[in-house]
Design a protein around this ligand. Structure first.
Ligand SMILES: Nc1ncnc2c1ncn2[C@@H]1O[C@H](COP(=O)(O)OP(=O)(O)O)[C@@H](O)[C@H]1O
Ligand SMILES: [Mg+2]
Length: 322
């Protein structure tokens, strides 16, 4: 767990980027930090690996204050992915990926095995990609390597600052899916900065909404949609999304695509396949998750748990048809 205790950051020019922030980021979950440009997301994130230090307050990792920790050691124990990944162009993918394990003095065979395993997990065949150079890869592939590089030293914490925002929409969605999938394998404490609510709703376990150096709301995607704390959060989520969610019970099920994990995407057929309520119910049960994300023509319209599905089933029985 990462804890911010009354953290304030004032830059030398007087800008107050963070104002008395107290916040707990749960371990082994993906927390998205979201808010408009300039609200302090990057500053908040940089405090975790001491690229910035607080003016007041303290930060703890697993109850240990980071103030006294060695910066270099700390940074090697935390993965970091940024928008422009900055792979080293003159180094092969294998060399780029094994940078941190080498700094940690891992034996070569362990480094090699780990690199291959991670490349495989993000859909890059090691036999094809290990010896290539960054410029021989597409933007999406390079960013996958960036994610792999951040994970290679097996850090407990991974910081990701708008890692997908420079990608085209299709690569971006793919990487979001892959990150979700990857996280189910590795269960790292991931802090993911974004300014895109769709992205946050899709990938995060917990969302922290920021504005002007302050935290406006912390909650699960469902909590934010159900009970936005104030007008700012409401408008950030989008009135449309909230209204759609409210009328969910009455919508015809065939308009929905039920989605949650990549593993299940194959079973959750496209909207025109008209998933019956019973099928959705079964998927939900077998997934072992509390709810399904409901997507209508590519837009997330809400979440459906037992209760919503039951309501939808009753609705269908009353003759609304699927
Ligand atoms: N080194 C710096 N010196 C002065 N002001 C800064 C510095 N870094 C960031 N800021 C300011 O702090 C605020 C928060 O910045 P940042 O954390 O980068 O926001 P975000 O990542 O949410 O876009 C902004 O007003 C920004 O201009
Ligand atoms: Mg930023």
């Amino acid at each position: 767990m990462i804890r911010f205790d009354k953290v304030t950051k004032r830059f030398p020019d007087g800008t107050e980027a963070l104002k008395d922030i107290s916040l707990e980021l749960p371990a082994r979950q993906l927390t998205a930090i979201i808010g408009p440009s300039g609200c302090g997301k990057t500053t908040l994130m940089k405090m975790v690996n001491k690229l910035e230090n607080p003016t007041a307050g303290a930060i703890y990792i697993d109850d240990e204050p980071i103030t006294g920790m060695d910066e270099v050691k700390l940074r090697r124990s935390i993965g970091y992915v940024i928008q422009r990944i900055g792979l080293f162009p003159h180094m092969t993918i294998a060399d780029n990926v094994s940078l941190v394990p080498k700094l940690l003095n891992w034996p070569a065979d362990k480094t090699d095995a780990r690199s291959k395993e991670l490349l495989q997990l993000v859909g890059l065949d090691p036999a094809v990609f290990m010896e290539r150079y960054p410029l021989e890869l597409s933007g999406g592939q390079q960013q996958r390597v960036g994610v792999v590089r951040a994970l290679a030293g097996d850090p407990n914490i991974v910081l990701m600052d708008e890692p997908f925002s420079a990608l085209d929409p299709i690569s971006r969605e793919q990487l979001q899916d892959e990150l979700r999938h990857l996280q189910q394998e590795i269960h790292k404490t991931i802090i993911f900065v974004t300014h895109d609510m769709d992205e946050a709703l899709k990938i995060a376990d917990t969302i922290v909404v920021m504005k002007g150096g302050k935290v406006e709301q912390v909650g699960t995607p469902q909590q934010l949609i159900d009970e936005p704390a104030n007008d700012f959060v409401r408008s950030f989520i989008g009135a449309e999304r909230i209204n759609q969610k409210r009328s969910f019970g009455e919508r015809r099920l065939k308009e929905f695509l039920f989605l949650f994990d990549k593993d299940w995407a194959g079973e959750a057929e496209r909207a025109d396949a008209a998933l019956a309520v019973g099928d959705a119910h079964q998927l939900l049960e077998r997934s072992g998750k509390p709810r399904l994300a409901v997507v209508d023509e590519g837009t997330l319209v809400g979440f459906a748990g037992e209760r919503e599905l039951l309501r939808a089933a009753l609705h269908v029985e009353k003759g609304a048809g699927v």
